[in-house]
Design a protein around this ligand. Structure first.
Ligand code: F6P
Length: 555
């Protein structure tokens, strides 16, 4: 690989002065080249500004940007030898050489990925899209969804009826309109992928024939990375459930009765089934999800490698296992008010205040009342996850469910400012205060963490929540819950650090069939409950236990 690039780069005649860490002949010094991740010679970009020499393309190796002489365009220009000969021969006989044709060689843009969904209608493609979008955007990979159905609806003329016969493979008019929608979506996707920040595009359509997939391959092969995700479902119960859900949120069926809509949708699927071909080509990069949502299915993973594709396999394994079939709830709550909260200090590991204890006493009833029933009529199991800090453990103490402590759920680490007030930071370290205000997402406390760090460490928690089929109640901290809530509610990353997650409020999230979450917030009136004596023996013991723990800390 290096030899290939070395030979390619050494062909470049233009030498550019390196800005840092280079020897005078233009090659990288061993130390610099090692620290950049490889050893190469040749024209380099300005490392400070990122500017690259003219006539160069970029090749990215991790953090290193290497500029290579550009042969990716079909050019009609004199070769360098031709140019030398030209001046020489002009001097000799005044003849000019014909320009040499440079053969077109495209490079695959490995920085970006197109995920092409495949599957009949009602196979959970929208669910997958929403989940992948939440996950990748949350991890900082700019991901966008291109849904051909939306283009089809926008292009629809007022008189056009897009019922099942519109999707008939023999309907010329329908085929034409669908092709136009496809092309419009592809063009938008391409323009978006040309933007610097874009990373992953999800192309959401049935893409259910070899012919269609060939069209997509021809468009992207040798230019962009792409992989297919095919969703197959053969379980009649799950399909019936999917179809019913589809009727609830599909814009195609806003004006029809549920019965008519269901019949039309079934007819539409029959039209697709007439021409549907599952992926069989082993040369393709694909992930096939076969009956995964039943919990008894499997995955066929073919020619998948690379960071994001690999992550996709792992993520889909968890997400699809939990599936759309189960109705469960996720509760998020901050701990009850802590002594540090009362004093407006950040971080620490303090106990609950009396108000916080009241919240801990009220929480169990609120959750127990909200536990959903299983299909068999029992109550769904619940597990409670806390951080390892006292205030969350104390808040969860009375919850009558199994508990798990996660270090990953500990509050954002404020480093040298742990135990300070915001006012103190502003006064004594105004530059740090201002830097955090400017970019709260990326600002890292000295010797502490940033929100981005928190998100990275919460990834296993997200994977576990997704994998879980039971209800989960997470009792954690402000920054932690902002990050978790941001994931579930698809909040743009930049807004995550300023989300409202008040004390003494239970947030209930209920997964919807399309992969989103419905939210309800339950605020508690703690002040009103302050004078209430403990009602049960257990609550009494709890208050005594907390008082004991506070006294022990004070001693
Ligand atoms: O103030 C309570 C608290 O949980 C602190 O411990 C933590 O540093 C802070 O909230 C996180 O919120 P923000 O990122 O807005 O400072």
């Amino acid at each position: 690989m290096w030899e290939f690039w070395r030979s390619r780069l050494s062909k470049g005649k233009t030498r550019h002065r390196r800005r840092t860490g280079s020897d005078d002949d233009g090659s990288l010094s061993p130390m610099t080249s090692r620290s950049l991740g490889g050893s190469l010679e040749g024209p380099l970009p300005d490392i400070i500004t990122g500017a690259v020499p003219e006539n160069s393309t970029h090749v990215y190796f991790k953090d290193m940007i290497v500029a290579a002489s550009d042969d990716s365009e079909e050019e009609s220009e004199p070769s360098e030898r031709g140019a030398t000969n030209q001046s020489g021969s002009e001097a000799n006989n005044g003849k000019t050489q014909a320009p040499r044709k440079v053969r077109k060689r495209n490079r695959v843009d490995r920085q970006k990925l197109i995920i092409i969904l495949v599957g009949l209608p009602g196979r959970g493609k929208t669910f997958l899209c929403n989940k992948i979008m939440c996950y990748l955007n949350w991890l900082g990979h700019d991901t966008k969804h291109f849904n051909v159905g939306q283009y089809r609806r926008v292009q629809k003329t007022t008189s056009e009826i897009q019922n099942a016969s519109f999707f008939d493979p023999n309907n010329e008019q329908g085929l034409k309109a669908r092709h136009m929608a496809l092309m419009a979506a592809l063009e938008d996707m391409d323009s978006w992928l040309d933007e610097d920040s874009s990373q992953v595009a999800i192309f959401d359509a049935t893409n259910s024939t070899e012919h269609r997939r060939q069209l997509l391959r021809n468009r992207y092969h040798g230019k962009r990375q792409y992989l297919f995700i095919e969703s197959i479902c053969n379980d009649p119960d799950i399909l019936a459930q999917n179809y019913r859900y589809k009727m609830m949120y599909s814009p195609d069926y806003k004006t029809t009765t549920e019965e008519e809509a269901l019949q039309d949708f079934r007819d539409r699927i029959c039209k697709y089934e007439e021409v549907y071909e599952t992926i069989t080509d082993r040369n393709l990069h694909y992930i096939k999800l076969i009956d995964m949502v039943t919990g008894r299915g499997y995955m066929d993973v073919n020619r998948i490698s690379g960071y994001i594709p690999g992550k996709m396999v792992f993520f889909l394994m968890q997400v699809c296992k939990a599936g759309v079939a189960r109705l469960r709830k996720i509760w998020l709550t901050r701990h009850g008010e802590s002594e540090y909260n009362e004093m407006a200090l950040i971080g620490g590991n303090s106990n609950l205040t009396p108000a916080g204890q009241i919240y801990a006493r009220l929480l169990p009833d609120a959750i127990v009342d909200r536990v959903p029933l299983t299909l068999e009529g029992g109550t769904m199991p619940v597990s409670v996850w806390t951080s390892t800090l006292k205030r969350t453990i104390q808040t969860a103490e009375l919850l009558p469910f199994p508990k798990l402590r996660w270090k990953a759920l500990d509050e954002i680490h404020a480093g040298m400012f742990d135990g300070w007030t915001y006012e103190e930071i502003a006064e004594k370290h105004s530059e740090e205060y201002a830097a955090r205000k400017r970019d709260k997402l990326r600002y890292r406390y000295p010797s502490g963490e940033s929100y981005m760090d928190v998100i990275q460490r919460l990834e296993p928690v997200i994977i576990e929540i997704e994998r879980e089929r039971e209800c989960v109640c997470v009792v954690a901290h402000q920054a932690i819950l902002r990050a978790l809530y941001g994931y579930f509610m698809k909040v743009p990353l930049a807004d995550v650090p300023r989300l409202e997650i008040p004390l003494h409020t239970l947030i209930e999230l209920v997964p919807t069939p399309d992969g989103r979450m419905a939210e309800e917030r339950v605020p508690f009136n703690i002040r009103r409950s302050m004078d209430m004596p403990p009602r049960t023996q257990m609550e009494k013991q709890f208050s005594e236990m907390i008082t004991l723990s506070i006294n022990r800390d004070a001693a």
